[in-house]
Design a protein around this ligand. Structure first.
Ligand SMILES: [Zn+2]
Length: 83
């Protein structure tokens, strides 16, 4: 069974990208993974519940400089986006 769909306020919208499954916006769910020495964040999509790890060169530069970010649920979530 899949995990329940994440709520927008459970995710950190400082780190987001398009969901590869449904095209909706997905955001960081607080998880991290390391692939080949690269730091990936696990993102979750409130639209379809899909979860995936994403690597971004831009994020990587920030992580190496400032360390891994603190997960802040609800950061950047836009309430007016709700239907
Ligand atoms: Zn999705």
């Amino acid at each position: 069974m899949d995990k329940p769909f994440p709520q927008r306020e459970e995710l950190d919208w400082e780190y987001q990208r398009e969901c590869p499954r449904c095209g909706d916006e997905a955001a960081w769910d607080g998880g991290t993974e390391t692939w080949d020495g690269r730091n990936c964040l696990t993102l979750a999509c409130p639209g379809c519940g899909y979860r995936f790890a994403h690597y971004s060169g831009k994020w990587e530069i920030a992580f190496r400089k400032e360390g891994m970010p603190a997960f802040t649920p609800g950061r950047g979530a836009c309430a007016s986006d709700e239907l």
